[in-house]
Design a protein around this ligand. Structure first.
Ligand SMILES: [Zn+2]
Length: 481
């Protein structure tokens, strides 16, 4: 007796990509048994009883023979899987109970005990990350029908029952939806002169990808000004093929686009939430902000370890993840922006009365370690604000100003000896000569950004001193005694 055999395609998700896998089902005479081989995890093995009940509930025969399911390729651990449907389809095909449409179809979904095909929006990021070849169709749980899914051919299945009609069904052809980038989010705002100066610093941070920290009184507009940057981020030149799309704060899924991310995790975020981790690996906020801004509002409320874990990616643009016994390096690319109150009560240096002792303020600010401060290029304070909000900023005009600066920055050429010249000035002037090498490098880089803002391919002395003011803005912390 020749064993019956069938092979069904499916998808496997891993944190660094989605892979196509084959579910091979073999059935031979023998004692009733059901085995899943090929580096299956416990949760995959647990699916056996579920699949049996689901098949029986849908009016199919569950073969009382020896069933062997082999997941290929066998060497990849099947950590994050949704293979119930593919295995069930394999059993039904091997026992000649159903036929599937001609051509390659991959099945993806879980099963309920009553035969319902399960799986929802949690599958979306993986669908977007996977680039299926044109000849593959995908059979998905029916409740994804209304969602934004990538271009391709799809069958939707609500219940195992539906498999009987599948060969006669015409697949859904989906076109890719490109979200529009034109919507305005703040249209116009009015700032006072102090806020405007601060905002200028944030614009430099955006243009030159300089990490920044803003200390300021509550209500001075710190959060608002950072949020304004979100819509000023330039679009990405090309869509990143590894982009999974993101979940917005409202819980909606945003399809991958050429929009740069602006992530603003809450200070209750865990280290895993920020850096990433877990099994299976879930990317953290650092990865989700790739190519954009990571904004930590109330930065001093974040756990110390979290701030410290940002140090390496801030400077070296990579993150080291240690899981079980493997070490993985992830490339990172984000501009870190922090804002915080200057003291526990928030009123230090403002018009309100601050009751915090100098010692208390020092302890509070010490949460940002010297090593961390050293990696921040733009340091600003915003204590004073006035009610004369007289500077009008229009979003569409600001967008154009930024785009012009980004375009200039990408195409300009810089005189060869420029860095050396600035370095020499920094090494000799009393205000800067004692600074660390790292700080001096930051000043040189910020000087270049400020010159770019001026659309000037040569840096001027004024640019250097403006950069110095931003870079040494933290020094007053040390004067607290
Ligand atoms: Zn205070």
């Amino acid at each position: 007796m020749i064993p019956k055999r069938a092979e069904v395609g499916s998808l496997l998700y891993e944190w660094n990509g989605t892979k196509e896998i084959q579910v091979e089902v073999g059935i031979r005479r023998g004692l009733p048994g059901f085995q899943i081989l090929g580096c299956a995890t416990l949760s995959t093995k647990e699916s056996r009883d579920r699949i049996r009940l689901a098949l029986e509930a849908s009016g199919y025969l569950f073969p009382l023979e020896t069933i062997i399911v082999n997941l290929k390729p066998a060497h990849i651990p099947k950590r994050m899987v949704c293979l119930d449907l593919a295995i069930a389809v394999g059993i039904l095909m091997a026992t000649d109970q159903i036929k599937i449409p001609e051509g390659k179809v991959h099945f993806l979904g879980g099963l309920g005990l009553d035969g319902t095909v399960l799986g929802g929006q949690e599958l979306l990021p993986y669908l977007w990350q996977n680039r299926l070849s044109a000849e593959v169709s995908l059979c998905l749980p029916g409740n994804l029908k209304k969602d934004k899914i990538p271009q391709g051919r799809y069958y939707f299945l609500d219940h195992l029952d539906g498999l009987r009609n599948l060969p006669g069904t015409i697949p859904d052809n989906r076109e890719v939806l490109t979200p529009s980038m034109d919507s305005l989010t703040w249209e116009h705002v009015f700032l006072d002169p102090y806020q405007m100066k601060t905002f200028q610093g944030l614009l430099y941070s955006l243009l030159g990808k300089h990490h920044s920290l803003l200390l300021g009184s509550p209500g001075s507009g710190k959060t608002m000004m950072h949020r304004m940057l979100e819509s000023l981020l330039p679009p990405k030149e090309t869509r990143d093929p590894n982009d999974q799309g993101v979940w917005t704060w409202g819980g909606d899924f945003e399809v991958p686009s050429n929009k740069r991310p602006f992530r603003a995790p809450h200070h209750s975020a865990t280290e895993v939430g920020l850096v990433g981790g877990g099994l299976p690996f879930q990317p953290g906020e650092i990865s989700k902000s790739y190519g954009g801004i990571l904004y930590l509002d109330e930065a001093l409320e974040f756990r110390d370890r979290i701030l410290e874990s940002l140090r390496m990616p801030m400077e070296d643009s990579y993150l080291e993840i240690v899981r079980m016994n493997e070490k993985t390096k992830l490339k990172t690319d984000f501009t870190l922006m922090l804002s915080a109150n200057p003291c526990p009560c928030g009123n230090y240096h403002s018009k309100q009365i601050c009751h915090c002792s100098l010692q208390k303020i020092r302890l509070y600010l010490q949460k940002i370690s010297g090593a961390f401060l050293d990696r921040i290029t733009i340091f600003q304070t915003l204590f004073e604000t006035t009610n004369e909000r007289c500077i009008k900023l229009e979003e569409s005009k600001m967008k154009n100003i930024l785009l012009e600066r980004f375009a200039f920055r990408n195409t300009r050429t810089v005189p060869e000896d420029e860095e050396k010249k600035i370095q020499k000035i920094l090494d000799t002037e009393s205000q800067t000569k004692q600074l660390s090498l790292r700080k001096k490098k930051q000043i040189i880089s910020l000087t270049r950004t400020i010159a770019d803002w001026d659309l000037s391919s040569r840096t001027k002395e004024a640019h250097i001193w403006e950069a110095v003011q931003y870079s040494i803005g933290y020094q007053w912390i040390y004067s607290l005694g």
